[in-house]
Design a protein around this ligand. Structure first.
Ligand SMILES: [Zn+2]
Length: 81
């Protein structure tokens, strides 16, 4: 039997004529969030692939910052001829 914190279903106490009955309800899935700042990602559904770089992982502003950071790092470490 799973431990209480591992349950996939949410415990719900329902009132009936005989008393209180314990039933289980599916937990609502949280929407995908940005890995950096935690903002909710708009326009991204579950189990859907996003083609853009960092799509479905980072929000627009974080993706932009990350791309600029990477490009700058790449340019600075480039060996000079
Ligand atoms: Zn973000």
């Amino acid at each position: 039997m799973p431990k209480p914190f591992q349950r996939r279903m949410k415990r719900v106490y329902k009132r009936t004529a005989k008393g209180v009955k314990l039933t289980f309800k599916k937990k609502k899935e949280s929407p995908p969030k940005c890995a950096s700042c935690g903002k909710v990602l708009h326009g991204v559904k579950r189990n859907k692939v996003v083609n853009r770089m960092f799509g479905g992982n980072l929000c627009a502003s974080c993706a932009r910052r990350e791309l600029i950071r990477r490009i700058r790092a790449k340019v600075s470490t480039k060996p000079k001829e």
